[in-house]
Design a protein around this ligand. Structure first.
Ligand SMILES: N=C(N)NC/C=C/[C@H]1O[C@@H](n2cnc3c(N)ncnc32)[C@H](O)[C@@H]1O
Length: 428
């Protein structure tokens, strides 16, 4: 590919169409990381992909910088870039992540989630015979509830309960208190750093975060699978599906947006763009979606096979969708949730499912609402098609952005509207 010369063309220095005419010819030569793809629209620009590392030689103006990538030079949009973190460890924020699990608060929430905990108990009970003599790894065991189910409801040869947070010290006591210390061994460590006594027949973990992947604990599960799961071993969950549905959200729209139109008889509507940015630019997690607000039947947009999924797959996951509107109403946005599936250890045995959707018993995850920039009236028979992309943050490794693209075809028309797109950071 033809590369531009080293020094930025003079014209940009005088170019007045920089957003901010303040030009600080600031020579810095600092490494930045691309947060998303950029395709050059002129020969003086430099294309790059999310995750690329760029050397910034000059911040010619606030919007455009002079950059180098693999020996090629060109202008790049500063908004697409973020400074690299000095220490990769910071990227995982492990210290604050594991300390957040060191108190009982989150464990109380997870143990109080009956559908979640009961599903894992059911998995152990319905596989208890097949678990006899097996070696089980419980990754991120927390208080050890799944390991205790194994020790009390089945007869495995051994259970390795691995927990990186300080809660592990309580887990040791719980294992003894419940008579499982002959079977369950607690390891207080990040699982990736551990040398286990043996490979395992079953790797069970409850790793799912908001929108399925947030926290990206799933990366630890995959790395440990590759190191410690025997060939033909079982992953629990065995697969996971992210589901999406076009939806109404009148209450959220009214409380956060319409609210400003009449404040004690006064007009505060000039604040609505600020409200849009503050309340609707990020996903709303723990959203309770009323089934009556679903405008169509939900569809699986991304499905993960936990036996074959690779860590590199996690960088960008994309799923397309096409909905027929089944009830006239207002399209405020889309709601997402997930299901995880647990294959039976017995050939032909039935799978179990943990469904966190609006038609199942509510879980601590609830659902995740993505509000678009303005409601759109839709009629039964209209079609909404597009795609959802989960783009992992190349710097903050437990975070991602969810990009939703959508377009609408009215039932009595033949063409779709221009595709629109909105990016929702979760949370960086
Ligand atoms: N379901 C959600 N969101 N969180 C699940 C719960 C996560 C639990 O797994 C632990 N954990 C997470 N990653 C690792 C790891 N690599 N090694 C050892 N323990 C880990 C955390 O400290 C929590 O106690």
């Amino acid at each position: 590919m033809a590369c531009s010369l080293w020094a930025p063309p003079l014209k940009l220095r005088e170019m007045s169409d920089c957003e901010n005419t303040h030009t600080n010819n600031n020579i810095i030569t600092q490494e930045f990381i691309a947060l998303e793809d950029f395709r050059a629209t002129g020969k003086e620009q430099l294309s790059f992909s999310a995750g690329d590392r760029l050397l910034i030689h000059e911040q010619v103006c606030s919007d455009w910088w002079w950059a180098e990538r693999s020996g090629c030079f060109g202008y790049v949009p500063s908004a697409f870039l973020q400074r690299g973190v000095e220490d990769v460890e910071d990227a995982w924020q492990d210290e604050e992540y594991f300390s957040s699990y060191g108190t009982l608060k989150l464990h109380l929430e997870m143990l109080s989630d009956r559908p979640r905990t009961e599903t894992y108990r059911q998995v152990i009970v319905s596989n208890s015979a097949a678990l006899r003599g097996k070696v089980v790894l419980d990754l991120g065991c927390g208080t050890g509830i799944i390991s205790l189910f194994c020790g009390r409801l089945a007869q495995p040869a051994a259970v390795y309960a691995v927990e990186a947070s300080p809660v592990a010290k309580h887990t040791e006591k719980l294992v003894k208190l419940n008579g499982c210390d002959g079977i369950v061994s607690v390891f207080h460590s990040r699982a990736e750093d551990l040398t286990l006594p043996s490979k395992v027949d079953v790797l069970v973990s409850e790793w799912m975060g908001n929108c399925l992947l947030f926290e990206f604990m799933v990366e630890s599960v995959l790395r440990v699978r590759d190191h410690w799961l025997k060939d033909g071993g079982m992953m629990w969950p065995s697969s996971a599906s992210l589901r999406l549905v076009p939806c109404q959200a009148h209450a959220d729209y009214s409380q956060k947006m319409e609210f400003w139109e009449n404040i004690y008889g006064l007009d505060f509507s000039c604040l609505q763009p600020v409200a849009q940015e503050e309340f609707f630019s990020k996903p709303k997690f723990s959203h309770h979606l009323d089934p009556d607000d679903c405008l169509s039947t939900a569809c699986d947009v991304i499905t993960l096979d936990m036996h074959t999924l690779s860590v590199s797959d996690l960088e960008k996951l994309r799923g397309e969708f096409g909905f027929i509107i089944e009830r006239s109403g207002t399209l405020h946005g889309f709601t997402a949730w997930f299901s995880t599936f647990f294959r039976s250890l017995d050939e032909g045995g039935s799978s179990l499912e943990l469904n966190t959707g609006p038609h199942a018993e509510s879980t601590h995850w609830k659902q995740t609402l993505f509000m678009l920039d303005g409601p759109t009236g839709v009629e039964e028979g209209d079609c909404v098609r597009g795609a959802i992309t989960l783009q992992r943050n190349p710097i903050w490794r437990r975070h991602m952005s969810i990009i939703i693209e959508w377009s609408i075809k009215r039932r009595n028309e033949t063409t779709f509207t221009e595709m629109k797109s909105k990016r929702f950071p979760m949370w960086r």
